[in-house]
Design a protein around this ligand. Structure first.
Ligand code: RM4
Ligand code: MN
Ligand code: MN
Length: 392
């Protein structure tokens, strides 16, 4: 692949950052507060704008409806705030958990009131998505059960089919529904959408605009993620990603911090789909879903985006002609060597050039640090938290 081709592919590789990645987060054992963490949606959008400014490839921000929009607030006003910060609202994530009514689930709950509550919330979320000009409705359900026999698995499946069909029909024709899965947590016996196969079946049944969302942290140990990605791509059912890394469970660590080669292999399958199998990969939504409990929020996001770009560039560099030839010759060592060769390439100088061509600083982290943004907002945000009687 020549340099110009690679630079074009990088231009097309956009990564969405999540509003919740800029706010204080923690584990069930507590939260460590950061003075610069964003509290309001305006602050989250300002921070996302900063990440976009220094990386040049994060023009949209995912929102979680109940965390980011208050009842009665005009969503179009939020879209304007985003615009002011040089970003736009991307995927809209209904918040189908946390509320007391969801003790036994949302769309799958045996409690009809919970199901109706969930339904109203999703319809509201679609309304918000329309108001902010978003084309993505991204669903993650915390539904499941904690004990064998707690509820009938198949009855719950049927409830979910019905809900997803109704929600799909309530979307405008140009909106895509992304269906995310997770094998466990918060449910510890069964999760109603436990894996990509179930998400695929639900998406297929919901309607033509429903696709599968692969959160890289939502698998049991040992899952071959690049295999399921290749499979979904061939079926034209891959809607997008929630990028993060993990070692044990849904750790929400920064992408590539534990196993960068795994991310590379996923991105390699995407380039294979595009280049060998003539699949349209332009609509894949690349989104970050991470929780930076200890790292400074904006630095963690910039680091993630830079890793994603590096791994994507390496995946683009795989010599697919050579690879096909090695496969034809059934030479495993040469075939694997094509992947290793690309993975070992230092793409950082080329990414610096890409940034220079876009008129941004070649070193996003250094430029962000030099700007003094974190110190400035830490001061402002601490003062406003104190003013409200909150914890610093
Ligand atoms: C979940 C899941 C969802 C995200 C929430 C915040 O574990 O990954 O995508 O909406 O966390
Ligand atoms: Mn996720
Ligand atoms: Mn998760």
């Amino acid at each position: 692949m020549d340099r110009d081709q690679l630079l074009i592919l990088l231009d097309q590789f956009k990564i969405e950052t999540p509003s919740w990645g800029y706010a204080d987060t923690g584990t069930r054992f507590g939260k460590f507060h950061q003075p610069a963490a964003a509290c309001t949606i305006d602050q989250k959008l300002a921070d996302a704008g900063v990440v976009n400014k220094y990386t040049g490839c994060c023009p949209s921000v995912a929102v979680h409806v109940l965390w980011d929009f208050s009842m009665g607030v005009d969503a179009t006003a939020t879209a304007k705030v985003a615009e002011k910060h040089g970003v736009r609202i991307g995927s809209v994530n209904p918040t189908l958990f946390e509320d007391q009514i969801y003790k036994f689930g949302s769309a799958c709950s045996p409690d009809e009131r919970a199901r109706q509550h969930a339904g109203r919330h999703v319809i509201d979320s679609i309304r918000i998505a329309k108001a902010v000009g978003s084309k993505l409705l991204s669903l993650w359900l915390a539904d499941g059960s904690n004990y064998p026999g707690q509820d009938d698995i198949v009855t719950r499946k049927h409830r979910l089919h019905g809900a997803l069909r109704r929600w799909h029909d309530a979307m405008p024709k140009d909106m895509t529904m992304l269906i995310e899965y997770k094998p466990f947590e918060p449910a510890f016996y069964h999760t109603d959408i436990a894996d990509w196969g179930m998400a695929y079946v639900f998406a297929q049944d919901a309607g033509a605009n429903a696709k599968v969302l692969v959160d890289t942290g939502h698998h049991l140990q040992g899952q071959n993620i690049e295999h399921l990605v290749a499979f979904l791509l061939d079926e034209e059912m891959l809607g997008g990603f929630h990028f993060n890394d993990r070692k044990y469970a849904d750790d929400d660590l920064t992408l590539g911090s534990i196993d960068p080669y795994a991310v590379f292999r996923i991105l390699h399958e995407i380039r294979n789909a595009a280049e060998l199998h003539e699949k349209d990969v332009s609509k894949i939504a690349y989104m970050i879903d991470q929780s930076h409990n200890l790292k400074p929020k904006i630095e963690a996001m910039i680091q993630t985006v830079m890793s994603a770009q590096e791994l994507y560039a390496k995946a683009c560099l795989v010599d697919r002609r050579k690879l096909a030839d090695a496969q034809t010759r059934m030479n495993i060592v040469d075939a694997e060597g094509c992947l290793k060769e690309a993975f070992a390439t230092d793409v950082r100088p080329m990414l610096a050039e890409w940034r220079k061509r876009k008129g941004i600083e070649p070193d996003p982290m250094g430029a962000y640090r030099a700007s003094g943004y974190e110190g400035r907002v830490a001061k402002e945000r601490e003062e406003s938290r104190l003013g409200r009687g909150g914890q610093v």
